[in-house]
Write a new protein. Structure first.
Length: 370
C-alpha cells in the first residue's frame, strides 16, 4: 500500500545536541501484541520522527496489529513475530533483526521494550541494540527486566499512553503535541466514500465483542441500543469487529433481536475499520482496541468499561464524559491500577448507554466538543 501523507515539520534543535546520550538513528520497537497497545505506540513514533526525521524505525509485532500500522509514515520497517510458529518464531525474529542491522550499517542505537512480558523480553534479548530500554523492575513482569540494560525511572501506574511517553522522557524527546497520524490515508478514502454512500444517514459504529469474554456486553442489549439509535437518533448502526466465533455469535443475536435491520461490517480488516470508525458520527465500544483507534481519530466514543481500570486503559484525554464506568463502585475514588474486576459488565444498562448517546447528541453531534 502506498501512502503519501504530509510530513510534520521537525522540531528545531541543535544538531550537535545529544538525546540524553543516546542517538536516534536506528530504533527498534518491541511491542508485539494487542491493537490498542499498537495505537498507543504510534504517538511515541510520531514524536521520535518529529525530533529526528531521519531516524529509521523497525517495529517487531504480530501479524494482527501489523495490518494496522503498515504504511504508517513513522514506521519504516515491520518484523513479524509469528507466535503460532512457537520457538521457531524467535529464530525468525533474530535473523530478521540481524539482517536489518546489517542493512542499516550497524546495531540499533536503542530498542524500546514497551511490552513487559517474558516473550517480549526474549525478543529484546535477541535484538542487536546498544541500549535496551525497558520498564523499571517494579513494573516489568515475568523477569522482563533481566533482558534490558537501561530502565525508565520508577513511576506509579498511570494511563498506558503516559507510560509509553516515559520512554520518550528518558530519551529527552518531547511528546507534545500528541498525534497518532492513523489515517485514513488518501488511497483509502475512495473505499470509505463507497462504504457510507448507501446509508443516507450518519452512522454509529458498534464494536460487538472483545478479546476477553469478561469485557463483552450482552448482544441482546446491543440490539435494543441499535433500535433506539435508528428510531430516536436517526443513526444507522454498523456492527464492526473481526469474525471470531464470539463476534459472529453476537452478530447473530443482534440481528435476531433488533426490530430494525442493522448493517454488519464484521471482518472488514483493520485498515478498513479505521475508515469506518473515522466516517462514523459516533462509536460505541467496550474496552478493546477499536476504542483507542476511535479516540485517536477524534470520533466521539461511548466507552463501556467494567473489567479493566478505565484510568489506565480508557480513552486518552478525550470523551471522558462519554465513559460508562462500571469498574468503580458508586462514589469510589480508585487509583489507576492493573487490577481487573470480573463480572461487572452486566451492571451496564441500556438506559445508561442511551444516556451517553443523548450526551453525544447535545454536546458532540454539531461537531463541537465541550
Amino acid at each position: 500500500m502506498s501512502h503519501a501523507p504530509v510530513a510534520a515539520p521537525p522540531v528545531a534543535r541543535d544538531p550537535a545536541a545529544p538525546y540524553t546520550g543516546v542517538p536516534l538513528r536506528r530504533v527498534c520497537v518491541v511491542m508485539m501484541s494487542a491493537v490498542g497497545d499498537a495505537v498507543h505506540v504510534l504517538p511515541v513514533l510520531v514524536a521520535l520522527k518529529r525530533l529526528a526525521p531521519d531516524a529509521h524505525v523497525t517495529w517487531v509485532l504480530q501479524p494482527g496489529p501489523a495490518a494496522l500500522v503498515r504504511g504508517h509514515p513513522c514506521v519504516d520497517d515491520v518484523v513479524l513475530f509469528e507466535r503460532a510458529k512457537g520457538l521457531a518464531a524467535y529464530g525468525d525474529v533474530r535473523r530478521a533483526l540481524a539482517a536489518r542491522a546489517r542493512a542499516l550499517g550497524g546495531p540499533f542505537d536503542v530498542s524500546l521494550n514497551l511490552q513487559v512480558y517474558f516473550k517480549a523480553g526474549l525478543v529484546s534479548a535477541l535484538a542487536p541494540a546498544r541500549v535496551k530500554l525497558g520498564f523499571d523492575r517494579a513494573r516489568a513482569r515475568d523477569l522482563n527486566w533481566l533482558f534490558t540494560n537501561a530502565k525508565v525511572p520508577p513511576h506509579p501506574v498511570q494511563h498506558v499512553q503516559d507510560q509509553y511517553f516515559e520512554f520518550l522522557s528518558a530519551l529527552g524527546v518531547p511528546h507534545e503535541p500528541v498525534a497518532w497520524r492513523l489515517g485514513p490515508y488518501a488511497d483509502e478514502r475512495a473505499w470509505q466514500r463507497e462504504f457510507f454512500a448507501p446509508f443516507g444517514r450518519p452512522a454509529a459504529a458498534i464494536v460487538v465483542a472483545t478479546s476477553k469474554p469478561e469485557k463483552d456486553w450482552a448482544p441482546e442489549r446491543w440490539a435494543r441500543v441499535c433500535d433506539a439509535l435508528q428510531t430516536e437518533y436517526g443513526l444507522q448502526p454498523v456492527l464492526v469487529g473481526g469474525r471470531s466465533p464470539r463476534e459472529l455469535a453476537a452478530e447473530a443475536v443482534i440481528r435476531r433481536e433488533a426490530r430494525l435491520p442493522v448493517v454488519s461490517a464484521l471482518g472488514s480488516g483493520l485498515r478498513r475499520l479505521v475508515a469506518i470508525l473515522d466516517g462514523s458520527a459516533l462509536v460505541l465500544t467496550p474496552d478493546t482496541g477499536p476504542l483507542h483507534v476511535s479516540v485517536a481519530l477524534g470520533r466521539p466514543t461511548v466507552s463501556l468499561i467494567a473489567y479493566s481500570n478505565p484510568k489506565r486503559v480508557g480513552p486518552y484525554r478525550r470523551f471522558h464524559d462519554l465513559v460508562i464506568d462500571a469498574y468503580g463502585d458508586p462514589g469510589e475514588d480508585y487509583p489507576p491500577s492493573m487490577e481487573s474486576r470480573p463480572g461487572r459488565m452486566g451492571r451496564i444498562t441500556v438506559e445508561q448507554v442511551l444516556a451517553k448517546v443523548e450526551r453525544w447528541r447535545t454536546h458532540y453531534a454539531a461537531g463541537v466538543e465541550p
